[in-house]
Design a protein around this ligand. Structure first.
Ligand code: UDP
Ligand code: MG
Length: 320
């Protein structure tokens, strides 16, 4: 037996259809490795039987620990909580729906033993996703790379292994609306990747509706870059230049009595609608940053834990 311990963090929101299978697959893989391990399930305010099933599993297996949230705080908050409460020498983050094959953990551990502190999973193929999800994801990651100052690798999710050293740094970061894959890249250390094919969801439906996807994407962009603000400035400068040209032209038209003065309705409508649109957009972008400043300044906790559940061996025996 190796004396190192691996923590596996699994966020789960309404996953009653897959959670047991997830536990089985992870247990098989972890027993196969020679390490000690713990499975940290974060129940993100599920409204179905997820918590009940997890509790049954925890009673039977002391490797299982449950962090139970007071309500649904979202995927990124759940992963954060799992990392915060993990105790292993490294932490593996994996989704509950088995889209990321648990066997890949073997390769991640090999890389970790070679000395890498972050091993992220890079998706080679994605099976069973809608065309819309694939296209929007591809577009988003390319846009994010142009926008952000941190080099966030393309086509990666939160399926990754991080060393305790990285976890220490991560635990000190208290920012809200986290975009974890970006933060881990930002932290640095020796990073590498393993490639894998992403499967379909084993059962159940996606817990990421469009609304959550958009909120997640804007976290990625606005918390990793101030470039949108600079773009506004540039857009403003362009508009001023354009305005100067239009100004000279309008004056000439008036002075020389060109027919445009009579027929000016179209151009005025165009100018008004276009520039009010640009202004609203700029205000919106500024609003995104202000909302984030406001969120941070309130200094509320990132998530609220109702209870942590763990049944150690002694207690299990005394129950029998
Ligand atoms: N999840 C969560 N809280 C949420 C939404 C999702 O903990 O509010 C979990 C979910 O249970 C799953 C993981 O995050 O383990 C990824 O979600 P999902 O598979 O639905 O996303 P997709 O793969 O469709 O992007
Ligand atoms: Mg999924």
């Amino acid at each position: 037996m190796n004396d190192k311990c691996i923590s596996v963090v699994i966020p789960a929101y309404n996953e009653e259809e897959v959670i047991r299978q997830c536990y089985d697959s992870l247990t098989d893989v972890m027993i196969d490795t020679s390490y000690d391990y713990e499975l940290v399930f974060v129940n993100d305010g599920s409204k179905d039987r997820t918590l009940g099933i997890l509790d049954e599993l925890a009673r039977l297996d002391e490797h299982v620990r449950i962090v139970n949230f007071a309500r649904n705080f979202g995927h990124q908050a759940a992963v954060t909580a799992g990392i915060n409460s993990s105790r292993g020498d490294c932490v593996v983050i994996i989704d509950a729906d088995l889209q990321d094959p648990p066997e890949v953990i073997h390769q991640m551990l090999e890389k970790w033993e070679e000395g890498y502190e972050v091993v992220y999973g890079k998706r080679r193929k994605r099976k069973g996703e809608t065309l819309f999800k694939l296209a929007s994801a591809a577009l988003f990651y390319r846009f994010l790379q142009r926008m952000s100052d941190t080099d966030i690798p393309r086509d990666t999710g939160d399926f990754r292994l991080i060393d305790r050293k990285v976890v220490h740094v991560f635990n000190r970061m208290t920012e809200r609306n986290k975009f974890i894959r970006g933060i881990v890249s930002w932290i640095g250390f020796n990073q590498t990747y393993v490639e894998y094919d992403r499967n379909e969801r084993m059962a159940g439906t996606t817990k990421y509706p469009l609304r959550k996807m958009l909120a997640f994407a804007s976290d990625g962009i606005f918390s990793f870059s101030s470039k949108p603000l600079k773009l506004i400035t540039r857009m403003g400068m362009l508009t001023v230049l354009l305005a100067l040209v239009v100004l000279v032209y309008s004056l000439c038209a008036k002075l020389f009595d060109l027919p445009e003065v009579e027929r000016g309705w179209t151009s005025i409508m165009m100018a008004i609608t276009l520039f009010s649109g640009v202004q609203m957009l700029s205000l919106g972008v500024m609003g995104e940053y202000i909302a984030r400043i406001y969120d941070e300044s309130k200094n509320r906790p990132q998530y609220i834990v109702r209870e942590t559940v763990h049944y150690p061996r002694e207690e299990m025996q005394s129950n029998e």
